[in-house]
Design a binder for this molecule. Structure first.
Ligand code: N01
Length: 529
């Protein structure tokens, strides 16, 4: 069977764009399929008010091109969704990527042909192309979760999901709005929605921790300084578990005296952002240490929220950092506004959606518009939505029925010549996604080049290597407090999804080292034919 392309890439977000560019540089032919009308992935779909990245813009950016890095000007400490989308479009234009991307085309099926050592890929537009390799670049948080609350289809007003927001925006002026969810998307959007709406009712199932962003415009002196020292910053970031350059205090919270501990928490709080979790090294390892940070944040909530009963409801009681920490601008303050109401639905699920609102705990709430800030079927949802069939027609759904199994989060036994960028079993969502994406893209491109250089046509993970990696990922996760709550990392937000801690928690440096060692040992754990 002749191939149409060396590789098919699914998705034109940051992962797909760079994968296309990198493979092209090595002389491979590539076709990218993208469901949206434009590039940008998560930043194309998540257009809700207040959407921003919670990793600082100068770090949440590509580093593969020093020229790109020097020419692009970030304007705020945390870039807004429109700015990041402009950046993605700039990259697509600058590297002339669009000509190999088919937009508004969703891949529906990919089947491995055992004899041809190639994948047959089908789309909803009727394409059927043959490629030696398939690389999924579909994002970790790209399959929106619409909860199965009875009556959802009966709601008479408009319903919006934060993960699939209308391109033209939504004007909530004079409207009453119900918001379900209090995760990152809700925490960013609620203050913005409250600026316009006549009334906002927030339905909270689990109170969440958030730290202030202290966002600010970037001045040219700071940007100049970063640009002059970009390489060193990227190097420092790569040596950090999360792939983000921030100061990490090696001390233990519980072994530090109370006054000093408080001083350090205050310092990080005043600085703002995710670096709060770097106040001490054992916040996610020792429950007592974690409690010191959690108590600190709970006290902050009580300082801000004027009504003590409301403050109690907003104060989370799980481990801080177990669910993904949020970064906000004015979230707690919003609940002091007279037109914002919190309804706790933690002890009893929402009964049903009605034509004009919803019913919870025996009480009816009415609103004109419903916002579902209910998150995603994370890490596996997008992959399982495609009918992917490996050797002997085995489906990915079948392979992953007890949870995702991968070798290095990059490949799978039984699915030769298929690569997943930031797949389950890789550090992905526990890191700054951009450097993680770049590391995967470069590893995959080098691997494909290696296969070509050997005159081979197939690479496949060994079942034993995969099993050992899955075991290592699980063991590493069980040693931290991260697996102690019902988070999307564990698949706990999706009814019926197997409870498996999906990302690799061993840290970015250890992961890079492992990937490099595998290559050095001649692609250890792989069969190459
Ligand atoms: O989704 P989430 P998200 N009834 O899953 C609630 C990234 N991100 O879109 O916690 C009632 O965190 C659910 O309740 P519970 C970031 O990695 C980044 O906000 O499951 N409530 C929860 O409160 C983030 O972690 C950025 O009990 C229901 C909420 O909906 C990830 O994306 C910005 C419910 C979902 O929260 C996902 O964030 C945005 C039901 N039936 C997102 N079902 C930045 O970079 C769900 N919920 C800043």
């Amino acid at each position: 069977m002749a191939t149409d392309f060396d590789a098919v890439v699914i998705g034109a977000g940051f992962a797909g764009l760079y994968m296309l560019h990198r493979l092209r540089l090595k002389g491979f032919t590539v076709r990218v399929f993208e469901a949206g009308t434009g590039v940008g992935g998560t930043w194309y779909w998540n257009r809700y008010p207040g959407a921003r990245c919670d990793v600082e813009s100068v770090q949440y950016s590509y580093q593969f091109s020093p020229e790109l890095q020097q020419e692009w000007e970030w304007t705020e400490r945390y870039a807004t969704q429109p700015e990041i989308l402009r950046y993605a479009n700039h990259v697509a234009d600058r590297f002339d990527l669009r000509r190999d991307i088919r937009f508004e085309t969703r891949v529906t099926k990919a089947m491995f042909d055992d004899k041809a050592h190639a994948w047959i890929v089908e789309t909803d537009k009727g394409d059927r192309v043959v490629a030696r390799f398939v690389i999924t670049a579909m994002g970790c948080l790209s399959s929106p979760n619409t909860p199965r609350i009875p009556g959802l289809e009966e709601f008479a007003g408009p319903t919006y999901h934060t993960g699939n927001w209308p391109h033209e925006g939504v004007d909530f002026t004079g409207k009453t709005v119900g918001v379900i969810g209090t995760g990152s998307s809700a925490i960013q959007s609620i203050p913005m929605i409250a600026r316009q709406a006549r009334h906002v009712t927030v339905f909270q199932r689990t109170a969440n921790y958030t730290v202030p962003a202290h966002n600010r415009p970037l001045d040219s002196a700071y940007v100049g300084e970063v640009k002059a020292n970009y390489e060193a910053m990227r190097r420092r970031a790569k040596a950090m578990p999360a792939g983000i350059d921030f100061a990490f205090n090696p001390a233990s919270a519980i072994e530090t005296d109370e006054a000093e501990r408080r001083r350090l928490f205050e310092e990080r709080w005043a600085y703002g952002g995710l670096g709060f979790m770097g106040s001490f090294s054992d916040l996610l390892l020792n429950a007592e240490s974690n409690r010191t940070a959690a108590d600190f944040v709970r006290a902050k909530i009580r300082e801000v929220v004027k009504d003590p009963e409301l403050a109690d409801k907003l104060a989370p009681n799980n481990v801080i950092g177990c669910k993904r920490l949020c970064v906000d601008t004015g979230y707690w303050e919003t609940f002091n506004l007279p037109h914002v109401t919190l309804v706790d639905v933690g002890d009893e699920p929402i009964e049903r959606i009605t034509a004009h609102g919803l019913r919870a705990k025996g009480k009816d709430y009415t609103f004109d518009c419903l916002v579902l800030a209910t998150g995603f079927d994370a890490m596996t949802g997008a992959l399982l939505r495609v009918d992917i069939r490996g050797r002997d027609g085995q489906s990915l759904q079948d392979k992953w029925k007890e949870g995702p199994k991968t070798y290095l989060g990059l490949t799978m036994a039984g699915f030769p010549n298929l690569f997943t960028i930031t797949g389950p079993g890789s550090p992905s969502v526990l890191t700054n996604m951009l450097p993680s994406i770049e590391q995967h893209v470069e590893w995959i491109a080098d691997c494909i080049e290696y296969i070509r250089s050997r005159g081979a046509t197939l690479i496949e993970a060994d079942a034993a290597a995969e099993e050992a990696w899955v075991g290592h990922v699980g063991e590493t996760a069980s040693g931290t407090l991260r697996s102690t709550c019902s988070s999307w990392y564990l698949g706990a937000n999706i009814p019926g999804k197997p409870r498996v801690f999906m990302p690799y928690i061993g840290g970015f440096p250890a992961y890079i080292e492992r990937c490099e060692a595998v290559v050095k040992a001649g692609y250890e754990g792989f069969a190459v034919l």
